[in-house]
Design a protein around this ligand. Structure first.
Ligand SMILES: [Fe+2]
Length: 261
């Protein structure tokens, strides 16, 4: 299937746009039903990033830190080392347990009931950076926890935006065009260890400048706890849409996002 958008984690959005085209052709009378089914994954336009100091409390935070330190280096996934400057690890058991405890707090902060989707530890090295992107709705809500860092490293969030259904940015310059799009109203946030931000990654652009611009030999270790609206796990992934909507033609959609629960 065509990759419609140049940014990281855009496979879901490509699938959604392709699915709308398939539904328009095969089931034109059901297009509104199809698009409205995804309203649960759209974020209210007035949502603002939430900052929470010491979100886990001392004991739980130390448990998370110890679990991260205990990972044998060989167990870390290096697939994003070259293009993002980080090693990662999904769903470390100690963090899965902590995420269950965080669901009630996140529900309260975002004003809807949520359930855990997945989490991953992200260990940025001194070549770390993050180009602008929107996440798949598997990460409609993210609690981004700072474990430890050599120095505060700003992360920039846009205001909430509707999902773009085509890429209006220039092929060679889309990164700069997004960063400098004044309508997106990017705002930087910095975290101290133990602190977290909650944002809507599927509806808020986010990025980080290269870490070495702030300080050499820098590092920043984060945990991303991703949450979805409660009761939506059975149709958040494109691979489930053919059955969920009883539209066999949607089975042709490739599952771009290889992450699994
Ligand atoms: Fe993201």
């Amino acid at each position: 299937m065509t990759k419609r958008f140049p940014w990281y984690d855009s496979g879901w959005l490509s699938s959604y746009v392709s699915a709308k085209e398939i539904v328009s052709q095969c089931y034109p009378g059901r297009l509104a039903e199809f698009t409205e089914a995804f309203d649960v994954f759209r974020t209210p336009a007035d949502f603002q990033v939430r900052e929470i100091k010491n979100v886990l409390g001392k004991a739980l935070f130390e448990k998370a830190l110890e679990a991260a330190h205990a990972i044998p280096p060989g167990n870390l996934n290096k697939k994003e080392l070259l293009h993002m400057g980080r090693t990662i690890l999904h769903n470390l058991p100690e963090l899965v347990e902590i995420q269950k405890e965080l669901a009630a707090r996140v529900s309260e902060e975002v004003n809807e009931q949520v359930e855990p989707s997945y989490n991953f530890l992200s260990l940025y090295k001194d070549v770390g950076f993050l180009t602008p992107h929107l996440d798949a709705p598997l990460a409609k809500w993210t609690l981004d926890l700072c474990l430890e860092q050599s120095a505060p490293w700003p992360v920039y969030f846009s205001q909430v935006v509707p999902w773009p259904e085509e890429c209006l940015y220039e092929k060679e310059n889309w990164i700069n065009e997004i960063k400098h799009d004044t309508e997106l109203r990017f705002t930087p946030r910095t975290l101290q260890p133990g602190d977290a931000v909650i944002f809507s990654g599927s509806s808020q652009w986010h990025y980080r400048e290269p870490i070495q611009q702030a300080q050499r030999e820098n590092f920043c270790h984060l945990v991303f706890f991703h949450f979805i609206p409660k009761g939506t796990s059975h149709f958040v992934r494109p691979v489930d849409w053919a059955n969920y909507f009883n539209m066999p033609e949607l089975a042709r959609l490739a599952e771009h996002d290889a992450r699994k629960k």
